[in-house]
Ligand binder design. Structure first.
Ligand code: DQA
Length: 143
């Protein structure tokens, strides 16, 4: 199973700063990811939370499950959540960090990811396409 985690405020996609994050809703993105997963005979589960603790709990839970890879957009937690970083560091499967926007092109506080040092790789700047690219790479890694 591939686990896709979405952090805070990503439930507002479609209406939230569409010039930065695009017009696709989170449901649209999840549906597209599930379609690709089904075509490739893999299970894919999505989970969104605005709460840091819930995301940490879901990551911890994944260790006990048959999760083969994690795709995560930690959203604002990217820049300061040591708790999410530490939870991800405890995971042994490949982890892809995803951002819709190019965080390096934006405010300086977004340039730093405390998550990046513990993930396999990062994809940023392609809108919803960042998730698709991440899934394609995960399929190659677990294939
Ligand atoms: C984001 C970038 C973060 O800086 C921001 O806090 C988000 C979304 C992105 O996908 O571009 O909520 O992770």
């Amino acid at each position: 199973m591939i686990l896709v985690l979405h952090g805070p405020n990503l439930n507002l996609l479609g209406t939230r700063e569409p010039d930065v994050y695009g017009l696709q809703t989170l449901a649209d993105i999840n549906e597209e990811l599930k379609k690709i997963a089904t075509e490739n005979d893999v299970e894919l589960e999505t989970f969104q939370s605005n709460s840091e603790g819930d995301l940490v709990d879901r990551i911890q839970q994944s260790i006990a499950e048959e999760v083969e890879a994690i795709i995560i957009n930690p959203a604002a937690y990217t820049h300061y959540s040591i708790a999410i970083r530490d939870a991800l560091a405890a995971v042994e499967v490949p982890i892809i960090e995803v951002h819709l926007s190019n965080i390096y092109q934006r405010e300086e506080f977004r340039h730093k990811s405390v998550i990046s040092p513990v993930v396999t790789g990062q994809i940023a700047g392609f809108g919803a396409g960042s998730y698709i690219l991440a899934l394609q790479q995960v399929l190659r890694l677990i294939g």
